[in-house]
Write a protein that binds this ligand. Structure first.
Ligand SMILES: [Zn+2]
Length: 464
């Protein structure tokens, strides 16, 4: 009887890269107590499920239920395993659930049901349906509460959904069960970072890197957080309805209120344009010019950026605050990146992301941009759109970067005015589901990049 029960392999889920790649954002709340790193040894021995233990548990179950129920539970479990193996996760879940009703103490059936929920969640996440994926994982955790894997997976999806307190709670639970789970610690560091608790983030990441020094991208995250920590050490906190601010003490209250009012208007206006309301609070760091360039390692040509948090140099090198007009342009631009990331994730082509931000913040091209584009066209230096899919910030010098922005702006403004906003929103939905950029553009606008480039040249009379 024992050998008939099939145990599906522990499911290894697809971990999301939660680090933002282009211009990006975050939130605030009452901070939960920070998780401290514990000596993991005693816990690990208790939690690694050994095969012999599994069989002991199974024997106990078998002794306590009727022979008929055992057979049914085994049959249903094995049916579930077959369905699982063929990728039919919902049907597998139904079979495992019925097996679980008949033998709810059976650890193999419980784990199989949990794994099936995790796989169903993974499939949904690949289609960018993180909310539905999270529901599966809540069920998985209910069925198999001693298993850290669904907790880590759920933590990573909550991070993707920008539900930072929920992510922190689930990742801390995972670490309580599995103190040496490196993914859980790194993701918890990400969540603390998004919560703007840089010191706690660094503690988690530094612990991970001691054990796994080769982990991709982790050293860069630690360096970035350390740099920001040293610049922002004396910064002060404030908040508005949808935003959490950390600001340089050089900023006067009146000036900070201007920032706050513009952002609250952007939340409504830009949210309406794209038909979404990103989760709040969104983190905003307000610097003077020098602090901004120290924290972000960017030159003076960068007017603000979004890397998961909106970062704004509100005071110029001489201490003068930005004008109302300039402030509005920069913050509407950055807030558009917040909305784009929330809608489509991190893999939006650079030209589309910047073009949407510029079109939302400025409307049509101004005479300077137009002159820049005409000059680029005259010299045969207009970009191929495919060359602007990747991030250009560190690739191009400031003058060339200006031309790339102008061309991105012209392209999106052309699409927006000729076809309306809905089709651009459809492109973002396709990108969220990992449709390649050219295909996403083709689906919504029925033209390839090359045709689009030529139409923009004609529409703006760039060669005339
Ligand atoms: Zn931008």
């Amino acid at each position: 009887m024992l050998e008939r029960i099939v145990r599906i392999l522990d499911f290894r889920f697809w971990i999301l890269d939660s680090s933002p790649k282009a211009c990006m954002f975050v939130r605030c709340y009452a901070r939960p107590p920070k998780f401290s790193i514990q000596n993991p040894k005693s816990k690990i021995q208790n939690m690694v499920p050994s095969l012999s233990k599994t069989f002991v548990a199974l024997l106990l179950v078998l002794a306590s239920v009727s022979v008929h129920a055992q057979d049914s539970a085994h049959e249903l479990n094995n049916q579930g395993a077959q369905l699982y193996a063929s990728g039919q996760f919902d049907a597998a879940i139904q079979a495992f659930e019925r097996a679980y009703e008949l033998a709810s103490d059976n650890t193999v059936i419980r784990r199989n049901l949990c794994n099936a929920h995790q796989s169903a969640a993974n499939a949904l996440a690949k289609d960018a349906d993180f909310a539905a994926a999270a529901k599966h994982l809540e069920l998985a955790i209910g069925v198999d509460p001693e298993n850290d894997a669904p907790l880590v997976q759920l933590g990573s999806y909550y991070l993707r959904l920008d539900l930072v307190p929920e992510a922190i709670a689930r990742l801390e639970e995972a670490i309580n069960l599995a103190p040496r789970n490196l993914d859980a610690h790194e993701l918890l560091g990400d969540a603390y970072y998004n919560d703007n608790d840089l010191a706690s983030a660094r503690t988690q990441w530094e612990w991970v890197i001691q054990i796994a020094p080769q982990r991709t991208g982790l050293r860069q995250k630690i360096e970035k957080a350390s740099r920001e920590e040293s610049v922002e050490a004396a910064f002060r906190p404030s908040s508005s309805r949808h935003f959490q601010f950390t600001y340089t003490p050089e900023i006067q209250g009146r000036t900070l209120r201007r920032v706050l009012n513009v952002l609250e208007r952007a939340y409504v206006d830009v949210g309406r344009e794209f038909g979404v309301s990103p989760p709040t609070p969104i983190q905003v760091i307000v610097y003077n010019a020098q602090e901004f360039s120290e924290a972000t390692q960017t030159g003076q040509h960068v007017g603000a950026l979004y890397d998961g948090k909106i970062r704004l140099p509100m005071l110029g090198p001489d201490g003068t605050p930005l004008s109302d007009e300039e402030l509005k342009k920069r913050l509407y631009h950055e807030f558009t990146h917040v909305v784009v990331r929330f809608t489509a994730g991190n893999d939006v082509p650079w030209w589309l992301n910047e073009g949407l931000a510029e079109t939302t913040a400025r409307g049509d091209l101004d005479p300077n941009e137009l002159a820049l584009l005409r000059e680029s066209a005259r010299q045969g230096k207009l970009f191929r759109l495919s060359a602007l899919d990747g991030n250009q910030m560190s690739k191009l010098n400031p003058a060339t970067l200006g031309a790339a922005y102008a061309q991105s702006h012209a392209t999106v403004h052309y699409l927006r005015t000729r076809f309306g906003r809905q089709r651009l929103t459809n492109v973002l939905s396709d990108l969220a589901q990992h449709v390649p950029p050219q295909e996403a553009i083709h689906r919504s606008f029925n033209r390839n990049y090359k045709a689009l480039e030529e139409e923009v040249i004609r529409a703006y009379n760039l060669t005339g």
